[in-house]
Design a protein around this ligand. Sequence first.
Ligand code: NI
Length: 254
Amino acid sequence: MNMIFDTHAHYDDEAFDADRDELLETLFSTGGVCAAVDQGTTVETSKKALELAHRFDGIYAAVGIHPECIDENSLSELSVIRELAADPQAVAIGEIGLDYYYDTPRELQKEVFRAQIIMANELGMPVTIHDREAHGDTLDIITELRPKGILHCFSGSLEMAKRVVSMGMYIGIGGVVTFRNARKTVEVAEGIPHDFIVLETDCPYLAPVPFRGKRNDSGMIIHTAAKLAEIWGVGTEEVLRITKANAEKVYFGR
Ligand code: NI
């Protein structure tokens, strides 16, 4: 049975233009993948995520505006995101968050982030959060607004992870945990309850070892799961079973 649930993918990305349909068909037939949530980053890619979700069994969509893609129109575009979120294949508001690595004004990022969490709360939907070099503000905002959902590609400390989990949110672990310099991520994977960890690719980026630097896809999650199995001292199948159940709880409420 296919057991890989990829909680965070970007199959709408142009890196998949040449072979998207073939790749997805393979992943869902012989590649071990049972589900993948394609994450919108703009109105345009949110629509593409939904389109993929309608064409492929097992693909679901998150709709939202990513902090790197924010501009002065973003707040007014949220009414479109709200309409897209009504699609039955939309399972989350995402990818949203804060990215202080880039130059987008921080006040505007926070405003758009907050507005999208409030929308998700109103709609009773989870969020998928991107936090890059913005741990303090991310933690402050989720502590105040209490969304449900996932902190994806988690890069904070174990202490932060524990606070996130204490609010009922999940930690997304991806290919980074297999990298040689992943001490902090390993510590997080080791230190929080297994019931709060989900697996992800963030494909086409962040392929796990031994594919680091190559185009990532959901099938490669098996290497991330194997690393997690080593950290937890259980079998890889067990990791896939636990993280699939966690992902279903977040996205489907079961
Ligand atoms: Ni992403």
